[in-house]
Design a protein around this ligand. Structure first.
Ligand code: D41
Length: 676
């Protein structure tokens, strides 16, 4: 075996520490410290050295995070200090009872408050990590609290788990407890991949995290974007113990663990209650699922005095949020026809309270999804509503299928106009072929025309459009401009005043922009941005009507499919007749002078917007940037010119910083717009 020169060993140790440090910045602090390319180069160098001198390889090498040879089984491990469970409080009163019990046991005087640490209750898998002299030696599941399974090989692949602790005062023996969880984005990704493979999907991120940890092949675990947050300590020997739980979390953070950023101190039970409400508000916006709040007495000596009953500590409690999954029954499936004729199966459900709202409908997406779920009318289903507001049918409980369950038949004719339903090869969506002849497509087209980002007809909402069409007052968008206050007064809930207001907003909508008009027409694949691109590049509607496929495709961002839909729409005599009628009715805009280069000072630039905006809506900011010629992209890359970051900005901000891309806040952005 080759001798290892001192110099090589030093270089190896240095490289390893450096990579581990960057890893910590990236996965624990969410603040990349070097570009990915640099990290990859360092990693290759490390692996080269390990190949050349296999004796160098140590268990804390970042090269060990890719997973190793599959195990035959998991071995069992006993927890020296049992992993306790948590009691639940299901309402405010139960939380107050908890506080009262503690105060009584500790003889706390009236009017004095107990200090609690409030933590989001991450919805994942509880684990124990054992460190000897700062080195990770074992990872285990909680199991029944006494005996769990050895998942060391799997936990090593999780980037936010330190393989070696850093910093000062590291105990000889440290057992850290925490939650391994999968952010929602990772869950969506895994499920999308499963669908593409024809595999079964996971019902929720917790099951996906548990399934990922249960892999005997750690290479599979390594491919799942799991994260871990530390929340308590089991064993702690050979160093000075802190006085409070919060201080303990601070130490764990210093040593390299991820601590949830929303952990907060609360003085007394009413502060705990406000924290609960605040987190409930925030719940949908978080990038991961939480199922409640955990409250813990902060003072560790008080924790000891309180001790535990049965399997749960007296000094902690979990206050649950409304569940994000519930079972209910699929009563029926209806098929909705959208603006482009797309037919969407919608599940009609027995109403169920899930994720904080009552849900009675859920999308089933398309025919493939129905087949994949194997769902029948009458089935018991699991509804999940988390983060995004659209509830999903996460799974079917096949055991509960009633004898009278019947299969869902996808219609061959449009349920509204009876035109044939067509499904193009390779596409998941089936469409009604009726075009504007289809009453549903026609209504949707009018709703879209009137909507805020299109013609912006204030007061003409979806219900009113339906009513106007159903009463035969309008057939197409052009008819809107023929309406009078007399004709519409007397409709349901339409007084004289609101009738006149509507007529006034219809009149006001006549003055528009070419971009908005193009968007309002509802040409397939032509969204707001494409409307603007077309307006900016062609200047006038005539020029767009005259353009052939090649000319259209010369424009950045317009590919063959979009070009085809534009031409298809604008060559259709019925559509042209409507465009003509609209212009006759007085719909007008200023054509764009293409020679005025300075109207596009941001041409060639790519901007990204992230985080919250307070003064301006994100849509408005995007409009303004596009009007100035900038492209607005959804993700940060080396090509990004400028990032506008508001409060709550996350990975896009850190990525921009790592790539040295200039960042401004909303205030600076508004000042900038005023300057151009
Ligand atoms: O976020 C969590 N899921 C979480 C779970 C948390 N933040 N703190 C926890 N604290 C405890 C005690 C108080 C017993 C140390 C927990 C859990 N336990 C827990 N998770 C699963 C069983 C118990």
């Amino acid at each position: 075996m080759a001798q290892i020169p001192e110099q090589v060993r030093n270089q190896y140790e240095q490289l390893k520490d450096e990579l581990n440090r960057h890893n910590h910045s990236y996965y624990v602090l969410d603040e990349p410290s070097i570009p990915d390319s640099e990290y990859d180069r360092g990693m290759r160098r490390l692996q080269d050295l390990e190949q050349q001198y296999p004796q160098l390889l140590s268990p804390d090498s970042p090269s060990q995070r890719v997973g190793g040879a599959p195990l035959p089984t998991f071995s069992q491990v006993a927890h020296d200090v049992p992993m306790l469970s948590l009691d639940n409080a299901f309402n405010k009163e139960e939380l107050q009872d908890f506080d009262r019990r503690i105060s009584e046991r500790l003889n706390i005087k009236d009017g004095e408050q107990i200090e609690y640490v409030c933590e989001p209750k991450l919805d994942g898998v509880a684990v124990s990590l054992l460190y000897h002299d700062g080195l990770l030696v074992r990872g285990a599941t909680r199991g029944d609290g006494k005996v769990g399974e050895d998942i060391t090989a799997n936990v090593r692949t999780i980037r936010s788990i330190p393989l070696k602790l850093s910093g000062d005062g590291i105990p000889e023996l440290l057992e850290v407890r925490g939650e391994i969880y999968l952010p929602r984005a990772g869950f969506e990704k895994i499920n999308a991949a499963a669908i593409a493979q024809g595999d079964k999907t996971f019902v929720n991120p917790r099951n996906a995290a548990a399934g990922s940890l249960r892999q005997l092949d750690s290479k599979i675990t390594a491919s799942r974007p799991l994260e871990m947050c530390a929340y308590s300590v089991g064993q702690f020997k050979g160093a000075v113990t802190p006085d409070t739980h919060l201080h303990m979390l601070g130490l764990l953070g210093d040593w390299g663990f991820k601590i949830n950023r929303y952990v907060e101190l609360a003085g007394g039970v009413s502060a705990c209650e406000s924290y609960y409400e605040q987190m409930q508000e925030r719940r949908d916006q978080l990038p991961y699922d939480i199922d409640g709040i955990v409250y813990k007495v902060n003072d560790l000596r008080l924790q000891q005095r309180l001790g535990f009953v049965a399997k749960a500590p007296r000094w902690a409690i979990a206050r649950k949020f409304p569940a994000q999954e519930e079972m209910t029954q699929l009563l029926d499936v209806e098929f909705q026809v959208g603006r482009t004729g797309a037919i969407t199966p919608v599940a009609r459900l027995a109403p169920v309270f899930v994720g904080g709202v009552t849900v009675s409908n859920a999308t089933l997406h398309n025919g493939d999804e129905i087949a994949r779920l194997g769902i029948c009318i009458g089935d018991t289903v699991i509804i999940r509503r988390a983060g995004d507001v659209i509830p999903q049918v996460a799974a079917v409980v096949k055991d509960k299928r009633p004898a009278e369950a019947r299969p869902i038949v996808f219609p061959e004719a449009c349920p509204v106009c009876q035109s044939p339903v067509r499904r193009l090869e390779g596409e998941a969506v089936a469409r009604c072929s009726g075009g504007l002849f289809c009453g549903a497509q026609n209504k949707e087209a009018i709703k879209h025309f009137a909507s805020r980002k299109a013609m912006d007809i204030d007061g003409l909402g979806d219900k009113l459009v339906e009513l106007l069409v159903d009463k035969g007052l309008i057939y197409s968008v052009a008819d809107l401009y023929e309406l009078s206050a007399e004709k519409i007064a007397g409709l349901e809930r339409m007084g004289e005043k609101s009738a006149q207001n509507l007529i006034d907003s219809i009149a006001a909508s006549k003055q528009t922009s070419l971009a908005k008009f193009l968007f309002a027409l509802g040409i397939r694949e032509v969204g707001e941005a494409t409307g603007q691109t077309l307006a900016r590049n062609f200047g006038s509607l005539e020029a767009i009507i005259d353009a052939d496929l090649e000319t259209l495709q010369e424009v950045d961002d317009i590919g063959p499919v979009v070009a085809y839909h534009i031409r298809d729409f604008l060559r259709n005599p019925d559509n042209l007749a409507i465009v003509h009628a609209l212009r006759e009715a007085g719909v007008t805009w200023d054509d764009i002078d293409l020679s005025a280069e300075n109207s596009q000072p941001l041409k060639g630039q790519t901007w990204v917007l992230t985080g919250a905006m307070d003064v301006m809506s994100r849509a408005e900011a995007k409009d303004k940037l596009q009007a100035l010629g900038a492209k607005v992209a959804g993700s940060v890359s080396a090509k990004t010119t400028q990032l506008v970051a508001g409060p709550g900005a996350g990975s896009k901000l850190t990525k921009a910083q790592s790539l040295d891309i200039p960042v401004m806040n909303e205030e600076q952005f508004i000042a900038f717009l005023q300057g151009v």
